[in-house]
Design a protein. Structure first.
Lengths: 253, 263, 285
């Protein structure tokens, strides 16, 4: 019973590249309708973990299951929301075109997009409040709007698992609110969200589970269990850390 | 002359079609290197006695795969590797030509082509390839755009990036192998890049850009031939200069009045 | 082979070019100017044609220089203004200018021998005077490089930082483009475009596979070019004298240089595996 409901499971996994592990001891289960935040300092392995779901990082040890299947057979099942800066702003694609890309997997690469797909794309744009910008070139939108379009793309993909890489980085307040609202609607409908973030306050606010990483998994559990001063100090080493209650501390090893 | 006109129209359309993707994914240098790397294959085919289109195609596929492998590297290494391939291909091709007679003629033909001497066979090949490439782009164009715009996202959506990139490469190579023997490298590069770059200035929508690019390509071919006949200048040069002129005019027309146009 | 004085001169010319192109190719590598360098080998052609028409053999250098400068300026401006992508702009300038040259030349009955010389140069007929001219140019170019090196490296590594520190990036880019143009102009007459583009690209690319320190790349690049120059001359000499195969020296030198690159590639990869890091040489932008 639990397995059909588990969107993502890591069982004592070690992840890395070219046979060498850069992130070890990853162990958690993410069920539908829940949000899991990956936190940790730069270089901790957050993007490696996300890449492992996408098949861009190797599973060197242990097992990873995505939506009930071994990760090697799960290409294209999860929807991915990258950071906007990684995209070429000059491309002649409109906001609607970008959102439509989320539908390609369902349509297959050779069939033309149909009316239903275009309507789904518009509906997704509406969910993030950008239906009126559908025809605008992606590169002409503001950073926050572009991030919203990428979230809409993930919505249009109608996947049970979404992976978000620092989705609120440098995003204006209006767009943040729109994105958080859309994410809330997604979890209410049963989708599972995996969000990597350096913002511990955000993690505390929206996540059901937190996974603390730095070279290895230091802890996984509820925000209250994981985001404690003691654990954070040990995991972060000598970095500055924003604690959920609003204080910032400089942590020394 | 009839055949030259037909070839100019078809080559212009073909180059315009693939040019959109070359310009979008910033593959102009790459395309130049491909023309230089295909050159030895064509020469070797001519020396051995194999049909040049066949020899060129074979060399082309080899080259495309080799270049794809070398270009998996990042930034500086990719640019340098492309440069090495260009140098090597050119030197090899030129060296092969030098061991034969009719040396200079073949070299000129490689660089500037001889569109006025194309025959029905060349035109037929170009027409067929135009059809093939049109189909490839109609079916796969979307994949090329997605993979170019957001490689990781495309990967996440299940696309095999290696395959998509290789397909694009082979398609470009197919165009090169078809067009270069007839019109030469310089003109081939000009027809592939200039009309598409001009088209990009006029619109943000891929369908419109493609249509304009084909239109500009065909117009360059026809106008170039006309000017070449009227003023007695090399046909290839005339066509290239018309294509460049269209680009310059497009730059002037779209960028300068910008302040007057509402956002 | 070196009993023949023209071979000695040919090697001397190559040695001077090796000295120039070792360092310059490093900057071509770091700033990703391979396409610009290739473009320049084509865009000097109309300059050569016009110069020759205006002032005979003496006018070639001047004509090429003007064309080279024009190209450098046009490319710098076009890419700065951001109207076209770098590579589209370069492709169009390359083809347009070359076509101007072809158009001019095509009004004459036969231009194929001009083209041949342009492609291959005449390294086996380098005169002592041309050698001296190259030596002077080598001094000038190396001086320009020495003055600009630090700024170019800073700009390559950190475009915003260097701009913030007061370096005018447009002028820096123009300066480097002009230096590359000068190298092309200086070398094209002697060794032709086939060899010039290879000398500007391959040495640094080959050196990069085994080192990531810029001075080492320049030194290794020069050494490789010297070796390839010697070997290339020897191979083409032997091929033509002993086997009757017409193999031009330019072709032989280029192919040996590329061979060096191909050999060093796996060596470098092996080394990288053991060292375990991959560094980018002065971050490219």
């Amino acid at each position: 019973m639990a397995d059909t409901d588990t969107a993502l499971r890591y069982a004592s996994a070690a992840l890395g590249y070219r046979g060498r592990a850069v992130l070890t001891d990853v162990d958690f289960a993410l069920r539908g309708g829940r949000t899991l935040a990956l936190v940790g300092p730069n270089g901790a392995g957050k993007s490696t973990l996300i890449k492992s779901v996408l098949g861009l990082a190797e599973v060197v040890g242990g097992a990873v299951t995505v939506l009930g299947r071994p990760v090697a057979q799960a290409r294209g099942l999860a929807a991915y929301v990258p950071q906007v800066d990684s995209l070429d702003a000059d491309f002649p694609v409109s906001a609607a075109d970008v959102v439509l890309m989320g539908r390609y997997r369902r349509i297959g690469w050779w069939r033309p997009t149909g009316r239903a797909d275009r309507q789904a794309a518009l509906a997704a744009l509406d969910r993030v409040g950008l239906a009126d910008r559908a025809r605008v070139r992606f590169g002409l939108l503001s950073g926050g709007q572009r991030q919203r379009v990428l979230v809409a793309r993930a919505i249009a993909a109608e996947s049970r698992l979404l992976l978000l890489d620092e989705p609120l980085n440098g995003v204006d307040a209006t767009s943040q609110a729109a994105i958080l609202r859309a994410l809330g609607e997604l979890t209410a409908a049963g989708a599972a969200l995996l969000i990597s973030t350096h913002d511990l306050g955000l993690a505390a606010r929206i996540a059901d589970q937190v996974c603390l990483l730095n070279g290895r998994q230091w802890a996984a559990g509820t925000p209250a269990e994981v985001l404690t001063g003691e654990l954070l100090r040990r995991a972060y080493g000598g970095h500055a850390v924003d604690l959920p209650d609003g204080r910032t501390v400089l942590v020394e090893p | 002359m009839r055949w030259a006109i037909a070839e100019a129209v078809l080559a212009g359309a073909l180059a315009g079609l693939i040019g959109v993707h070359v310009v979008l994914r910033r593959l102009s240098f790459f395309t130049m290197a491909l023309t230089h790397a295909t050159f030895p294959g064509v020469v070797a085919a001519a020396i051995i006695g194999v049909h040049i289109y066949l020899g060129g195609a074979l060399a082309g596929v080899l080259v495309a795969c080799g270049v794809a492998a070398l270009s998996r590297r990042r930034g500086q290494d990719a640019a340098a590797a492309t440069g090495v391939i260009l140098s090597a291909g050119f030197a090899l091709g030129v060296g092969l030509v030098a061991t034969q007679n009719g040396f200079s003629r073949d070299l000129s033909s490689f660089l500037v082509g001889s569109i006025l001497t194309v025959g029905p066979q060349d035109v037929t090949v170009t027409a067929v390839v135009l059809g093939v490439v049109a189909v490839v782009l109609a079916v796969g164009g979307r994949s090329f755009v997605f993979a170019g715009f957001d490689p990781t996202g495309a990967r996440a959506a299940g696309y095999r990036l290696g395959l998509v990139d290789l397909t694009l490469l082979v398609t470009i190579e197919l165009v090169i192998v078809t067009v270069v023997p007839a019109v030469g490298t310089i003109l081939a590069l000009a027809l592939i890049v200039a009309p598409a770059a001009a088209a990009r200035l006029w619109s943000d929508r891929l369908a419109v850009i493609t249509a304009l690019s084909v239109g500009f390509g065909v117009a360059s071919g026809l106008a170039g031939l006309l000017l070449s006949g009227r003023y007695d200048i090399a046909a290839g040069a005339a066509i290239t200069l018309v294509a460049a002129a269209i680009l310059v005019l497009s730059l002037a027309a779209t960028r300068i009045p910008r302040p007057a146009v509402a956002a | 082979m070196f009993e023949a004085p023209f071979m000695v001169r040919a090697f001397a010319e190559l040695a001077l070019l090796a000295l120039i192109c070792g360092p310059v190719s490093v900057f071509v590598f770091a700033r990703r100017l391979s396409f610009v360098a290739d473009a320049l080998t084509h865009t000097v052609f109309p300059g050569v044609v016009i110069g020759f028409a205006a002032a005979g053999a003496e006018g070639i250098f001047g004509g090429a220089l003007v064309a080279g400068v024009l190209t450098a300026v046009a490319l710098t401006l076009l890419t700065r203004a951001g109207l076209l992508s770098d590579d589209a702009a370069t492709a169009v300038v390359l083809t347009a200018m070359f076509s101007v040259g072809v158009a001019l030349v095509s009004r004459r009955s036969s231009y194929t021998s001009d083209l041949t010389t342009f492609l291959f140069g005449r390294i086996l007929t380098v005169t002592p005077r041309q050698l001296a001219e190259t030596a002077v140019l080598a001094v000038v170019i190396l001086a320009l490089v020495a003055v600009g090196a630090r700024a170019w490296i800073f700009r390559a590594f950190d475009p915003t930082g260097s701009a913030a520190a007061g370096f005018r990036t447009t002028w820096l880019d123009l300066w480097l483009n002009l230096v590359v143009a000068l190298v092309v102009v200086a070398a094209v007459r002697a060794v032709g475009t086939v060899l010039v583009i290879a000398l500007l690209v391959v040495p640094a690319a080959a050196a990069r596979t085994v080192t990531d320190r810029l001075p080492a790349m320049a030194a290794l690049g020069t050494v490789l070019t010297l070796l390839a120059g010697y070997a290339g001359l020897w191979v083409s000499w032997t091929a033509s004298i002993d086997y009757g195969v017409r193999l031009t020296s330019a072709t032989a030198v280029v192919l040996i240089l590329v061979l060096a690159y191909a050999v060093l590639l796996p060596v470098g990869r092996l080394r990288a595996k053991t060292v375990g890091r991959a560094k980018t040489v002065g971050q490219a932008r």
